[in-house]
Design a protein. Structure first.
Length: 363
């Protein structure tokens, strides 16, 4: 199951802190200048030049020290601005990592599966922590710098020992399953796990009807697949304080029958209600302008839906794998911004189209 969930993530891929306290004194933090003489073989790392005076560190090369210290410049004097995709993934020798402040991004699976990686130092300057970048590492605590704006899908997924996490309010977006199956995830003291700048990353409760707290500004994938279990939630009420939604925000809620969306909602993300097979009714607010690809894919019990006139963008196969749905469109004809396959349903017996009524004026 662990590998299946991780594969799904890979495929689909502010001064105060909301955190489980991190014991700062136990974290070894050494600046780049201080570590310049600790690992003389940093020049043995592999790099890829960007051709503009900067470069990406791409692998171990002949580097042998278990304490990985990435320099701020490569041997040619180019500034290291990124840790490359899968650069150090699945390396069993690395026990600690120090990244220089010159680095802005940590790439996809950069340290994924480093089974002995315990200590990670992330300096101010990093802006993006990539998908599955530290997945399945035995890290016990992590301090996210205030410079970080986004944490990718599954970034610390299956870091089972990870209990101490400090996430500043500057973090505006946290990807799906970013902290899935960490100690932090499992032991968070409240039903709603809200971190960073009001990012909801998990619902741990058992209530059938839930109202999203007013302090939530962004909903990541929080109710369905994030739990990889059958969600008990049957009704969700979303307040107007919510400003953004991640892909698969409500996906996999197989018992969800009803959701009340806020009047100020502007868009439905891709796969928003994917596989919500019990969803029976939903009212799309008039302010919605965009509906993402496969937003209602697998909503088998959804028999009708009204698309407001203000929806100018529509992704492909929005109603794929629905059975007998009728779509009532307030627009007189298909808007230019709608995908040509927005109403396509794929089937082994041949593709078909959903039933559409244009120019709907209401009852």
């Amino acid at each position: 199951m662990k590998k299946l969930i991780l594969s799904l993530v890979i495929i689909t891929m502010l001064t105060g802190c909301v955190s489980v306290p991190v014991k700062q004194e136990e974290i070894t933090t050494v600046s780049v200048s201080e570590t310049s003489d600790i690992n003389e073989n940093t020049e043995q790392l592999e790099y890829k030049s960007n051709g503009n005076g900067t470069c990406i560190v791409t692998g171990m090369g002949t580097y042998t020290d278990s304490r990985l210290v990435i320099p701020s410049r490569n041997p040619d004097g180019e500034i290291v601005v990124s840790v490359g995709e899968k650069a150090f993934g699945w390396n069993s020798d690395i026990t600690s990592v120090e990244i220089p402040s010159s680095v802005k991004t940590i790439g996809f699976q950069a340290f994924d599966g480093c089974e002995n990686l315990i200590d990670v130092y992330l300096p101010e300057g990093i802006e993006f922590i990539g998908d599955a970048s530290f997945a399945e590492c035995p890290i016990a605590e992590i301090d996210i710098p205030e410079s970080v704006k986004s944490i990718g899908d599954g970034a610390f997924m299956y870091c089972e020992n990870l209990a101490g996490i400090s996430i500043p309010e500057t973090v505006e977006e946290i990807g799906n399953l970013a902290f899935f199956e960490t100690s932090f995830w499992r032991e968070y003291p409240e039903d709603f796990v809200v971190v960073g700048n009001g990012v909801l990353i998990n619902y741990k409760g058992s209530s059938k009807e839930v109202t999203i707290p007013d302090n939530v500004k962004y909903i990541s994938q929080s109710f369905g697949y994030m739990e990889y279990r059958n969600s008990v939630v049957e009704k969700i009420i979303v307040p107007e304080t919510v400003e953004g939604y991640g892909e698969y925000a409500f996906a996999g809620c197989n018992n969800l029958k009803e959701i009340i969306l806020p009047d100020n909602m502007k868009y439905l993300p891709d796969n928003a209600f994917y596989s919500c097979c019990s969803l029976e009714e939903i009212i799309i607010p008039d302010e919605v302008e965009s509906i993402g690809e496969s937003a209602f894919d697998g909503c088998e019990l959804l028999e009708s839906i009204v698309i407001p006139k203000g929806v100018t963008e529509m992704g492909a196969t929005v109603f794929n794998h629905t059975d007998n749905i009728t779509v009532y469109c307030e627009a007189e004809s298909k808007p230019q911004g709608w995908d040509d396959e927005w109403d396509t349903i794929y089937s082994e017996d041949g593709n078909k189209k959903v039933d559409v009524i244009w120019g709907y004026k209401g009852d």
